[in-house]
Design a protein around this ligand. Structure first.
Ligand code: BEZ
Length: 219
């Protein structure tokens, strides 16, 4: 079973964009690897269209996206036409064909008590260090919210650069929390403008690295 912080297993696979070796395909950036239960099914069709629509947002964050199911490559290729036709967005990221369940088994994407044969809706976010940063699992009957995945990626990328954590429902640009691991003494150096502290353990600062709208552009 894969857990947060574990190395993301490497693999080779056939995809709609040609064969890939996962780690090499990721390069120095981030990746989202997600499974869907089955081609030519309604919820999956809407999800794949949505990921295609959001592709520029993943690109902006230096995140590559790959989908996966146990269907064969020919099935993925035929289904791509339906996704474009019904969702208005053509597949613009690789869809992994995993008929022998090589990748699904590596990542624990088949949950036998949900379905013996189909992958559940798993999401893995992998960092540039090739370690697993996020895992989410949804059942077949519930389509995912991929804007939430982008929101989490914003948090993961911010917290990997600064000693902060993000509060409930946080969105990019909003205030953040100084990490509990940072002493007040160190916080004074890292956040010289100070912080709001409604409780000693709840230290709130503006998001670091975010330019305010009134600030002159950096040239
Ligand atoms: C769907 O995408 O609609 C779906 C796929 C597998 C099982 C149930 C629903």
């Amino acid at each position: 079973m894969i857990q947060l912080g574990d190395p993301a297993p490497d693999f080779t696979a056939e995809t709609t964009a040609g064969p890939i070796r996962f780690h090499q395909w990721m390069g120095d950036g981030w990746a989202v690897l997600f499974s869907h239960p089955k081609d030519f099914t309604p919820v999956c069709t809407t999800e794949l269209g949505e990921v295609a629509r959001l592709k520029p947002e993943f690109d902006k964050r230096n995140v590559k996206v790959a989908g996966l199911s146990v269907d064969p490559l020919g099935s993925h290729q035929s289904w791509a036409d339906d996704i474009r036709e019904t969702q208005g967005h053509a597949l613009n990221f690789p869809l992994i064909a995993d008929p022998d369940r090589k990748v699904s088994d590596l990542y624990g994407m088949v949950h036998p008590n949900a379905s013996d044969t189909l992958t559940v809706r798993s999401v893995f976010v992998v960092g540039p260090d090739k370690k697993v940063k996020l895992m989410i699992t949804y059942p077949a009957s519930t389509g995912r919210n991929f804007e939430e995945i982008l929101r989490v990626i914003d948090s993961l990328q911010l917290t990997s650069m600064y000693s902060v954590a993000t509060p409930v429902n946080w969105r990019r640009g909003e205030d953040v929390i100084i990490a509990s691991s940072v002493s007040d003494e160190d916080a004074k150096k890292k956040f010289p403008e100070g912080w709001k502290a409604p409780k000693p353990y709840l230290r709130i600062v503006p998001q670091p690295g975010e330019r305010s709208e009134t600030e002159a552009p950096v040239r």
